[in-house]
Design a protein around this ligand. Structure first.
Ligand code: ATP
Ligand code: MG
Length: 217
C-alpha cells in the first residue's frame, strides 16, 4: 500500500506525520519504507544524508535496474523501517517519478512518502496521483486551507495538526477540502522535543502514535 503525505502550506508537520506513520507501519507489519521527496527526513531521524538519493536516481537518463532504488535505502531503527532518502532537490522528471510510483506501488511493504509542500508544477505530483491513499496534512488554518485552491490535487483524507484556541475545527477542514479527517494530531511540546532530539523513531510520542494508528486500521 502506497500512502503519500503532503501539504498545501509549509511547516505544518508533514514530515513528522509521514515519519510517525512509517514507524507505526513498520511496527505493525515488521517492515515499511519511508520515501523522502522533500529532504528533511534524514536530519529529522538522525540518519546520514550525505550519500546519493532519489534526486540522483531521478536525474539519470538511461534505464536503471529495477532494484536501483533499493540500493539507495538505509535501515532506520529496530522495527524493519527503511529510508529512501531525497539526496537533493528533485528534478522535474515526470517520466522518472512515474517509474518510481510503479516501483513503490509494487513493493510488498507499506510505503509512506513525505511529498512535502505541493505547488503548481511540483515534480512529485505523478507519485501523489498514483497513491492508494493521498493524505493532506494541514493546520485548521484559514491561510493553509486557502492554498488548496492552488493545489492541482485532491486528497483521499486529511490529517489535522491542531493547536488549542483555533476557531476552525476538523469539520471546517473536511468541508474546505472535500475529504474526511482521518486523524487529528495535537500540537504537543513532547513531539517538538522528540523531533529536535532525533528521538521520533525510538520514542514515538503517544500524541502522535494514538491518532495515527487509526490510519492503518
Ligand atoms: N504535532 C506536533 N507538535 C509539536 N510540534 C510539531 C508537531 N508536528 C511538527 N512539529 C514541529 O513543527 C516543525 C515543522 O514540522 P515538520 O518539519 O514536520 O513540518 P513540514 O510540514 O514537513 O515542513 P516543510 O513544509 O518545511 O517540509 C518542526 O519543528 C516539528 O518538530
Ligand atoms: Mg517537511
Amino acid at each position: 500500500v502506497l500512502v503519500t503525505c503532503w501539504s498545501a502550506k509549509g511547516g505544518v508537520g508533514t514530515t513528522v506525520v509521514a515519519t510517525a506513520l512509517a514507524v507505526l507501519a513498520a511496527r505493525r507489519h515488521g517492515a515499511a519504507l519511508l520515501v523522502d521527496l522533500a529532504g528533511d527526513v534524514a536530519p529529522l531521524v538522525g540518519a546520514d544524508s550525505s550519500g546519493p538519493g532519489l534526486a540522483d536516481w531521478a536525474a539519470v537518463d538511461h534505464d536503471l535496474p529495477i532494484d536501483a532504488t533499493t540500493r539507495l535505502e538505509h535501515a532506520l531503527g529496530p522495527d524493519g523501517l527503511s529510508l529512501l532518502p531525497a539526496g537533493g532537490i528533485l528534478p522535474d522528471r515526470p517520466d522518472r517519478l512515474a517509474a518510481l510510483a510503479a516501483v513503490l506501488s509494487a513493493d510488498s511493504r507499506p510505503v509512506v512518502v513525505d511529498a512535502g509542500c505541493v505547488r503548481p508544477g511540483w515534480p512529485g505530483e505523478p507519485l501523489a496521483r498514483s497513491a492508494d491513499r493521498s493524505l493532506l496534512v494541514t493546520r485548521p488554518c484559514y491561510l493553509a486551507l486557502r492554498r488548496m485552491a492552488d493545489v492541482p490535487l485532491r486528497p483521499h483524507g486529511v490529517v489535522v495538526v491542531r493547536e488549542p484556541g483555533r476557531a476552525l475545527d476538523a469539520g471546517d477542514v473536511a468541508e474546505a477540502t472535500g475529504a474526511a479527517v482521518v486523524a487529528e494530531v495535537l500540537q504537543d511540546p513532547a513531539v517538538a522535543r522528540a523531533a529536535d532530539a532525533g528521538l521520533l523513531l525510538s520514542r514515538l510520542p503517544r500524541t502522535l502514535a494514538r491518532p495515527l494508528a487509526a490510519v492503518w486500521s
